[in-house]
Design a protein around this ligand. Sequence first.
Ligand code: M6R
Length: 597
Amino acid sequence: MCGIVGYLGQKQALPFLLSGLERLEYRGYDSAGVCLQENQQLRIVKRKGPIKVLEADLQSLKFNSQLGIAHTRWATHGQPNEINAHPHYDCQHQIAVVHNGIIENFQALKQLLENEGHHLVSETDSEIIAHLIEKFYQGNLEEATLHALKLLEGTYGLAVISAQENKIIAARRGSPLILGIGHDEVFIASDVSAVVEYTKQVVYLKDGEIAVITPQGYQLQNIDGEDLQAQIEEIKWTVDQIEKDGFKHFMLKEIFEQPQTIANVLRGRLFSDQIKLSLHFNPRKVKKIIITACGTSWHSSLIGKYLIEKIAHLPVEVDYASEFRYREHLINPDDLLVVISQSGETADTLGALRAIPASETLGIINIVGSTISREVKSGIYLHAGPEIGVASTKAFTSQVASLILLALYLNKERTGNLDLELVKNLEDISRQVQIVLDQAKQIKKISQSLLSAKNLLYLGRGINFPVALEGALKLKEVSYIHAEGYPAAEMKHGPIALIDQNMFVVFIVNHGPIFEKIISNMQEVKARGGKIIVICDLENDVLKKLADFIILVPSTSEELSPLINIIPLQLLAYYVADAKGINVDKPRNLAKSVTVE
Ligand code: M6R
């Protein structure tokens, strides 16, 4: 949830620490701080608020240090304020720690430390780590850190420095951490985006690994201090991919990237006569599929259920990861567990993957090298590039495109059949998505009518019911307007009571067997004075009469329609939020990667 960076090298540490924090700000941004080692002293400066507040205050201070750590926080234990911000000192200000994750036994450890005379100042669970290291410190930082780590229950990605030693200790258990390897310098970060500008060579720490970084280089160890071999990997993403590309916000840039990102999912996998996925299970043996995920990824899972049941004729269950992980797991040996996560780090999704005793697991993940991607037996990477906007957009369509491929693949492998029309339409889908994006100006105009709305209903049926859920989530996340998604026919079972002249109802309709039924739902809304926005692949006189606004989208197979229908909903949410002056990429109370339960 939070971001960590660290530097040890020949150059000044502060410029990297600040630029690294800025890159990670999307992970957490309620306070930030740095700690630099200088003349055998540690100096911590931290501030509440966004990183620019910290940056402004640091300008008046002089530093000369080649060693430092820094952190940007999204509060879990204690208020977002300067005291709770990281880094945290020990009693003597000789040790400083930055930490991501949650220490579950922190109350017991805090009590123990206070009984021994330690004075803790913050409400955080993280501060105890600095004091535990102080407790064991006898002139060797890695030894003291290893001692301390053995007492911690819970998760951490952390970095520790001391006033007396020219080194950083970094450790990972359940919270991501990487080393960026430069010339005579080593960077630490909780996400590669922080270091990509400085180096392409990275080492992904695995759970249980500790890195000891000195001016001579770095060495990995396990918790018992035994040396481990490091594997250097090359980052393929460029700085350009991470930057906004001229768009006002990352969210808008990412919405507009979708023709490309959908094509990336299909490249090398979709062929006119076959689907190529390198999966390590036998598709013919699978009897049932269980998909689990959170948030937007849960919405794509619901679409996955529809797709796999319709195309591959296999039963699919979908569950919120946060619920599924704690339920009775009635798994059979022939069941396939699919986990979907953009970040590959979502705590509940990872928890479900670890808790559910499935013999075959498949991850649909964006971030290469993320924890979930390492722990599943088979995987489909989205190749969507970094998604910086907190509201997930391009990852959603890439997940849906992956699920279409999976459904086609399963059917082909199990029956030998491939739906050639679907394949043909899939080949054309990026072009059709671009046609919707080309209507952005018109959608922006429509969005202005929603500025004073307080409540919206999003209604869809079949495969477009999850699209309604996702459209409503996008709007509430970034515009703070209350919105709910429902299956259209459910409206009369309750939500219809809400409809009056102040209520906007967004209908997602495809021309097909249930088109007329949705028209009846629209009539019910109209009769009660509600305002209607329709996303539809067909415009007729009845629709024109009923709807206040129609957004006409290209026609495709019903199975592919979510890829098209979600685009206007993403744009509507974005333009409403932007017009309201909201920081769209970092809406309040949300973080990009939810690595706590
Ligand atoms: O990284 P993940 O896909 O596992 O994240 C799951 C949710 O936290 C995420 O989709 C969240 O709901 C987003 N804010 C949606 O825009």
